[in-house]
Design a protein around this ligand. Structure first.
Ligand SMILES: Cc1cc2nc3c(=O)[nH]c(=O)nc-3n(C[C@H](O)[C@H](O)[C@H](O)COP(=O)(O)OP(=O)(O)OC[C@H]3O[C@@H](n4cnc5c(N)ncnc54)[C@H](O)[C@@H]3O)c2cc1C
Length: 429
């Protein structure tokens, strides 16, 4: 049995890390158990809040909140709590010198930004690294779209031809180009992460700065794949923008998630300032409960089981993708507490023929109350000191709404705060 901690968090995706930070910020001791890195390792570096509400682009996501169904995690929390959670996250990132901010409308209200992807599509997203000049996306006339020789995931010709289809981009003057590969002639497929890692260190970063230099001063904006470092390091951005002589904007990319790794890096650095312990490569197998109280989680690492006792627990194990839910035909349950998630027996009802359709499996998850405690079908709280966050929750489809990290931040913050309060109450008993 390990030393008892105040709050035990499961999962190191966005929800688990924010929950750990929120609890630790209340002065609680926190241990985080995790199998892997979660979807931050494959996601972009911007925070989607609510890109689409009721199927339509939500320029102002705060207004879009009013259109969500009442079992949506944002609706359960209420707009004020969501705002506080985003403020908490913004403060943490500011403290890590990696500020994350929304773009502003002309009247100063925060709005979603339509960020180009390496497929040449535009994706609505909300919080962006402050180093990314959103104004240049709208104002730039002369745009250079760059990739790197050997980087198969990004083709400037595709980006340009697709972006031209959008009204807001149609009148821009595009040029396309390839930067030389820093690896020379190689048959190995290069990923954006390989290139980003080169930019981490000043001596190997030289490659990127030298490659950008010939383009300096010729354009209003340069679009590149995410290769400006794998860490949340503003120095890389300052150097890249200076070398390019104009704003440089990274396009959103397919995995590996260079941008997501930067967010993870910043959050872990912030956690290291607290009474925090990270236990990786550990899978939680089951929970030990007595009546309405959870006493410990049993986890397995290197073939050995270990009991982790705590005063309160946050489960942020992701959805089907994160390993937080186990599926069998006609059945679905959460992998740690074994909570049954009511689903139709007929599996054909779990999805729709259209790929961007209204898929039930995308919204399947644990039902909670507004404190993030899991509840049963009669809305009765199952355990007093257990809280769920992130994609393990039901009632939303992050992919069609574009709300992934946003829901993880909002619910992670609430779960962390509530767990800290439950731990304090447990300590005083
Ligand atoms: C390809 C892709 C790109 C995306 N890009 C973006 C983006 O740019 N912006 C955005 O806002 N959203 C994005 N999203 C969505 C976003 O990543 C997720 O919705 C959100 O971050 C979910 O976070 P989470 O912490 O709930 O779950 P996850 O990130 O899935 O984390 C779950 C964690 O739990 C751990 N775990 C699971 N079971 C156990 C267990 N039994 N014991 C111990 N640990 C366990 C996992 O190892 C993992 O660490 C993207 C998603 C995908 C798939």
């Amino acid at each position: 049995m390990s030393r008892i901690v105040d709050v035990l968090v499961v999962g190191s995706g966005m929800a688990g890390l924010v929950a750990a930070l929120a609890a630790a910020d209340q002065g609680r001791s926190v241990r985080l158990l995790t199998t892997g890195m979660g979807s931050l390792a494959i996601s972009g570096g911007s925070v989607d809040f609510l890109g689409y509400a009721d199927g339509r682009f939500a320029a102002d996501p705060w207004q879009g909140l009013a259109m969500l169904p009442e079992d949506h995690p944002y609706s359960l929390l209420g707009a004020e709590s969501v705002r506080s959670a985003f403020q908490f996250f913004a403060n943490v990132m500011e403290g890590q010198h990696w500020p994350m901010r929304p773009a502003l409308s002309q009247d100063g209200t925060p709005r979603n930004t339509q960020l180009p992807t390496i497929m040449g599509t535009l994706k609505p997203t909300y919080l962006l690294p402050a180093s990314l000049h959103t104004e240049a996306l709208a104002s730039a006339k002369k745009v250079l779209v760059l990739s790197v020789q050997g980087l198969r995931d990004c083709r400037p010709s595709l980006v340009v031809s697709q972006l031209r289809r959008y009204k807001s981009w149609a009148d821009k003057e595009f040029t396309q180009g390839l930067l030389p590969s820093p690896f020379g002639d190689t048959h190995r497929a290069i990923s954006a992460l390989d290139l980003a890692r080169m930019a981490d260190k000043p001596h190997s970063r030289r490659w990127l700065l030298d490659a950008l230099a010939p383009h300096a001063g010729k354009y209003d904006l340069i679009l590149i794949p995410p290769l400006c470092g794998s860490k949340a390091n503003p120095e890389v951005w300052q150097a890249v923008n200076a070398a390019a002589g104009c704003p440089v904007v990274e396009m959103l990319s397919i995995p590996p998630g260079v941008g997501g790794l930067r967010l993870r890096d910043a959050l872990l650095q912030a956690l290291n300032k607290h009474n925090f312990e990270l236990v990786e490569n550990t899978t939680v197998l089951r929970a030990e409960t007595t009546g309405k109280t959870c006493t410990a989680l049993v986890a397995e690492a290197s073939g050995q089981e270990r009991h982790h006792a705590a005063r309160a627990f946050v489960t942020a194990t992701g959805g089907i993708l994160g390993g937080g839910m186990t599926l069998e035909p006609g059945q679905c349950w959460d992998s740690v507490f074994g909570i049954d998630i009511t689903v139709p027996q007929d599996v054909s009802q779990w999805s729709e023929p259209k790929i961007f359709g209204n898929h039930l499996f995308s919204r399947m998850g644990v039902r909670v109350d507004r404190t993030m405690r899991p509840v049963d079908d009669a809305a009765v709280v199952r355990w007093q000191n257990v809280f769920f966050a992130g994609r393990s929750l039901g009632g939303y489809d992050y992919a069609t709404e574009k709300s992934g990290h946003g829901v993880a931040i909002a619910t992670g913050w609430q779960a962390g705060l509530m767990a800290a309060a439950a731990a304090a109450a447990g300590e005083n008993q």
